[in-house]
Ligand binder design. Structure first.
Ligand code: SF4
Length: 347
């Protein structure tokens, strides 16, 4: 029971409130300044919640979470922040929401701010870690260090709130080896959820200037897919839920260059299945039969069925097989593989 109502097995409703760049002390090199529409003021939040829920399916039967995105929430000036916290607490006491979360920078997390968030119904904080390499962070004008990220993650975990993280493969100065190190360090911090956003060059950013001067080379789509796959497999192996991979397509997004793809997350998962399928056909021979959970079948077949076209196998689905596995069978033998088995073949 939550807020006096039974929560059915439906996904939660996440109600986004954009505080557009509020609280940001730095303008990060990749951040698109033109995306910042005026932030939603605290007094506008209740109407936004009502309007959002009016367009949701069965909102009364779902857990409803208010989510402050798009800026550095805990860096917002105290009086304004107090406005957001008290409107959240009011919506919570009225039973209109069941909890709240926010995103912020790692250098703006302290025990006192976490305490204030917890008192006002926040259950999760998402930190823009982006990289755990100080040189990469400096080149990206992030204005915080790896130690800030470690400290902030530890504080969030100790506070009892859920920890979300964001990482960005392809930042200036990053290579496959230091990205791998970032992923392993972040995984050890035990985040509950993660978003993986490969860097794309957006119009209006300082990164666009570097790109146009030939001083920054974005990842290819192929490289970005590999790094995101590596990160997702390692993080999932540590019990972390991947919430999103790749920037969402939106009408205002001005992509100048870089690994943007509207189905980026699918490409990543399909790459994982492609590597597993390749391993199985190498071991058992072409023409073997591959079985996956029905929900994993699109990933096995690949984007536009290209894995099926390139590798020679027959396929079937079996809902008793856990997700993330392939069972393979040839006339003489059978074998099984899971995503965790392919780590060494990804990067
Ligand atoms: S902290 Fe986040 S929102 Fe603020 S400028 Fe950097 S990337 Fe943009």
């Amino acid at each position: 029971m939550q807020g006096g109502i039974a929560i059915a097995g439906l996904s939660p409703v996440v109600i986004p409130v954009f505080v557009s760049n509020l609280g940001c002390t730095h303008r990060c090199i990749f951040c698109d300044q033109s995306q910042f529409s005026p932030p939603m003021p605290p007094e506008g939040v209740p109407a936004l919640v009502d309007d959002f829920l009016a367009h949701c399916r069965r909102p009364d039967e779902r857990r409803r979470i208010l989510a402050f995105y798009g800026g550095s929430f805990t860096g917002i000036a105290p009086r304004l922040l107090e406005g957001y916290l008290s409107v959240t607490a009011r919506l919570l006491s009225e039973g209109r929401i069941h909890g709240a979360k926010a995103s912020t920078r790692p250098d703006m997390v302290s025990p006192s701010i976490l305490h204030a968030l917890g008192r006002n119904g926040f259950t999760e904080l998402e930190l823009g870690i982006q990289s755990m390499d100080d040189a990469v962070l400096a080149a990206s004008l992030r204005g915080h260090s790896r130690d800030d990220a470690t400290r902030a993650c530890t504080l969030v975990k100790e506070s009892g709130m859920r920890l979300g993280i964001q990482i960005m493969p392809g930042l200036p100065g990053e290579d496959a080896a230091n990205f791998q190190q970032t992923v392993e360090e972040v995984a050890r911090l035990r985040p509950d959820s993660a978003r993986i956003y490969p860097v794309v060059v957006l119009g209006g950013t300082r990164l666009e200037g570097l790109f146009l001067q030939g001083e920054y080379r974005p990842l290819t789509l192929e490289e970005a897919v590999s790094r995101a796959l590596y990160a997702s497999v390692v993080l999932e192996g540590h019990g972390c839920t991947i919430l999103r991979m790749g920037l969402p397509a939106s009408p205002g997004l001005r992509v100048i260059a870089g690994p943007f793809h509207p189905a980026f997350g699918f490409l990543v998962r399909a790459r994982g299945y492609r590597i597993m399928a390749q391993r199985m056909t190498d071991v058992l021979g072409g023409g073997c039969e591959l079985t996956v959970n029905p929900r994993d079948l699109p990933e096995l077949l690949g984007y536009r069925r290209n894995t099926l076209l390139e590798l020679s196998f027959s396929y079937r689905s079996d809902d008793t097989l856990p997700r993330g596995f392939i069972r393979a069978k040839s006339a003489r033998e059978s074998a099984c593989i899971q995503l965790q088995d392919i780590l060494e073949y990804i990067l």
